[in-house]
Design a protein around this ligand. Sequence first.
Ligand SMILES: [Zn+2]
Length: 62
Amino acid sequence: MEENKKKKACIVCKATSDEMPILNFEYKGETHYICSQHIPILIHKAQALQDILPGMKNTEPS
Ligand SMILES: [Zn+2]
């Protein structure tokens, strides 16, 4: 019945709000979730998110 229900989970460690405080942020109009433990990655290591977030890199393959 609820098989399409999307769980709010950290994009890095997949922790859910049952385990950690989860914050959401928007990138390119998409909402993503990140736990309090990984917020420093979001702030200081944006390039580390390139592997995780689709479309984080602005370069297109030609
Ligand atoms: Zn996390």
